[in-house]
Design a protein around this ligand. Structure first.
Ligand code: 2HG
Ligand code: ZN
Length: 451
């Protein structure tokens, strides 16, 4: 069966793009963190939407499931084969890397699913525009993955999540049919809006092959402040203060002391501001240098113990590294349990207090940081004692505080058992009915988003 499918897929994509060699499969079988792992029957790398369609048709005919993988930077086990069940075909989007010319009139560009975030950004900047979404794994993370997970990142406070950037989509259903459009009409009310349906569906309804993406002005002048504040409550006051005053606010990130200490150690550098209960990294970007207005807002906020402020250049890059390189610092220290949750900002304090107590009790070292404006914390636990119990308690805590169990990383397989905490029985039944209509045999990403 495996050999005959490999042969059929080779007819579709060319022999060089069907990988069956065990050694070469390994990198596609384990996620970036090393936490999620399974066995792939083979990897197939289609180079066009038609080839994606051909692959899905052949897989369905032989009853072999498909897991779609972009840059393999996902953090919830949604892009690698499941640890149990039959070995699927991993559909790598890496060759769907076509990037169209920038349409400056519409402020849009068309990108294949395998285009990286960094390439999207570079293409936009070449045309004097910018990509509205950014996060640390930009060199590997792909458009397809970012759409599938409705990724967030640091600029959500200004431009919203990935879903808001998708003005057209081309996707392939499990039966090989191609849906959507890349025309990029900003207004169209003609039935199902495919970007809305597919963004955040984690590869369960269709394989995203290409997307038409919104671009934004390129604010070339940037300024960054790393600010030490007393505690989380003071960080939230600072958020409200700068948000109301700074038109140029581009991101505002929260880093708690254990994360700051870890990244400082990893970088081999001193924390640029004094010891404190919480740190906030504020970034502004504008057409005119925003450094003075940023410094003035920080100064007058009354919430600040110490601050380092810099316009663009190496000093600014150094400040940004204390936020951008936290994930890398955690990975260098071990295989973490990652819990991406969000609560109303007024409850962040309580979330951290209760998560700290949980980890103290159940074992591990809590490294917390995240996107302040969305109340989105990345609770990483190194050396997690009872990972299942920690997950259960923390996700219940976030829910009790009026929050959610996943803010931007998705549900994947990691959080599927807890989906009922934030979705009603009616919600889940309707979601199942939609999936049944698109993919009754669960050919696509089985195990993701449902148990
Ligand atoms: C970030 O905000 C990413 O840097 C990764 O969402 C978060 O490593 C993490 O937990
Ligand atoms: Zn994040």
């Amino acid at each position: 069966m495996r050999d005959s499918l490999a042969g059929e897929l080779a007819d579709v994509v060319g022999r060089a793009h069907v990988i069956t060699d065990r050694d070469r499969l390994a990198t596609f079988e384990t996620d970036w963190t090393g936490r999620f792992q399974g066995t792939a029957a083979m990897v197939v790398r289609p180079g066009s939407t038609d080839e994606v369609s051909g692959v899905l048709t052949r897989c369905k005919a032989q009853g072999v499931g498909v897991v779609t993988q972009g840059g393999n930077t996902g953090l919830v086990g949604g892009g690698v084969p499941r640890p149990d069940g039959d070995a699927p075909v991993v559909l790598s989007t890496i060759r769907l890397d076509e990037l169209g010319g920038v349409d400056c009139d519409a402020m849009q560009v068309t990108a294949g699913a395998g285009v990286t975030l960094a390439a999207w950004q570079a293409q936009a900047r070449d045309a004097g525009l910018d990509a509205p979404v950014d996060f640390a794994s930009r060199e590997s993370a792909t458009i397809g993955g970012a759409v599938a997970t409705n990724a967030g990142g640091s600029r959500v406070v200004r431009f919203g999540t990935m879903r808001s950037q998708v003005v057209g989509i081309e996707a392939v259903l499990a039966d090989g049919s191609v849906v959507g459009s890349l025309s990029g009409l900003a207004k169209e009310t003609a039935g199902i809006h495919w970007p809305s349906l597919l963004a955040g569906s984690e590869g369960t309804l269709a394989v995203v092959a290409a997307a038409r993406l919104r671009l934004v002005p390129w604010y070339r002048r940037t300024a960054t402040a790393l600010v030490a504040v007393d505690d989380i409550a003071a960080a939230v006051s600072l958020l409200a203060y700068v948000r109301a005053r700074l038109d140029s606010l581009d991101s505002i990130e929260l880093v708690l002391p254990a994360a700051m200490a870890l990244v400082a150690e990893h970088l081999g550098a001193d924390v640029p501001v004094g010891d404190s209960g919480a740190y906030v990294l504020v970034e502004c970007a504008a057409h005119d240098d925003p450094v003075d207005e940023l410094a003035a807002a920080i100064e007058s906020s009354g919430a600040v113990l110490d601050a380092a402020v810099s316009a663009e250049g190496p000093r600014r890059d150094h400040l940004v590294a204390f936020r951008d390189r936290i994930t890398e610092s955690i990975a260098a220290a071990g295989v973490p349990l990652k819990l991406d949750v969000a609560v109303p900002v007024s409850r962040l304090d309580e979330l951290v207090r209760r998560a700290t107590a949980t980890v103290d009790e159940l074992g591990g070292r809590l490294i917390a940081f995240g996107h302040l404006a969305e109340g989105n914390l990345h609770l990483n636990v190194l050396g997690a004692g009872d990972a299942e119990a920690i997950t259960d308690t923390v996700l219940r805590t976030a829910t009790e505080l009026g929050g959610t169990i996943s803010a931007e990383h998705g549900i994947g397989i990691a959080k599927a058992p807890w989906l009922g905490l934030v979705r009603s029985a009616a919600d889940l039944a309707a979601a199942r009915a939609v999936r049944d209509a698109f993919d009754p045999q669960r050919m696509l990403n089985a195990g993701v988003l449902e148990t």
